[in-house]
Design a protein around this ligand. Sequence first.
Ligand SMILES: [Zn+2]
Length: 376
Amino acid sequence: MTSGKRRALWKGRDRCLDDETTTHRRRRHHCRHQQDNNADTKAKKTKSEGKNYSLMTFDEVPEYMKDNEFIRKYYRGEWPLKQVLFSLFQWHNETLNIWTHLLGFALFLGLIVVNLVHVPQVVDLFGIFRSFPKGAEMNVSHDSKSLLMGTTKLLNLKSINHPGYNYVPMEMAAARWPFYIFLSGSVFCLLSSSLCHLFSCHSYNLSMQLLRMDYVGISVMIITSFFPPIYYIFQCEPHWQIIYLSGITLMGTFTVVTLYSPTLSSGKYRGFRAILFTSMGLFGLIPAVHTSIMNWDNPKRNMILAYELFMALFYLAGTGFYVTRIPERFKPGWFDIAGHSHQIFHVFVIMGALAHYGAALIFLDYRDIVGCDSSL
Ligand SMILES: [Zn+2]
């Protein structure tokens, strides 16, 4: 090696340049050797870090992450919390699961804020439902159109104008808390679901905690969904309010306690969990049948039932996808990033909650007008 080449080799190695001027060749050799070692270590570290934060296949992830064997790739495997947080903005097999419920969370939080801040406008907003066709001849397809129109209008309060409608003074209005209980339950469920999907890949312990929080969130959403209909339907018969609301709260508590068992949180018991949640939802049939029999001739019944029918259909369809894992079971690996059953389930949950929100507005509107003079 020429002295020129040697100089070029050492160029840039600041820490050792001083040694170049000394006569201690051993020391210079040691320095170069140490640099090579450092470079090797650094390279290995970078490689290992890269490997740690790269996405994994189903076969590579730890056992507790193997929830759906039809989703083959794009798993995050036990990443540090910081990387997990940043993965919110990366593509992997949980990205759309996180965002579907995160946007739903923002939507329902927005509905709470809008209802709290713009009370007069929101009361005025109820006029849009009054403009819907009423009567026993109203059919479901018409209701679905109205529901969609109503939902669209709800998101754009300024576009609503009902000059002829005099809103009910707040001192005469029905209690708002059951309405906000439902909205808060939905917000809690959607947020806990998003957090669960985002952070569960970090570690086994965190995953178990978040899964339980997710189940608690679903139970809370189901329980709180019962508050507006039962409270407003049976406003003038408080004993029925107490019976039905205590019943659903007890069922929800039982579900949460049961699901806190680590075994029942596993993928193997997916069907059992679906049965528990569906039973809670079907509990709603009892007060629904009760009120339908008691007030069969009331025209409001059709509109409310249409909304609640849509809610039930959305939830049942969502649960169907959740349990059967369609479509990914037909083409494993094809729907890893987008289109798999859990994402479809999430979208149906939001649509079901929005349909129920529409029904809750009618309940509230009706009680504002008639108080206890008439039953629903
Ligand atoms: Zn989910």
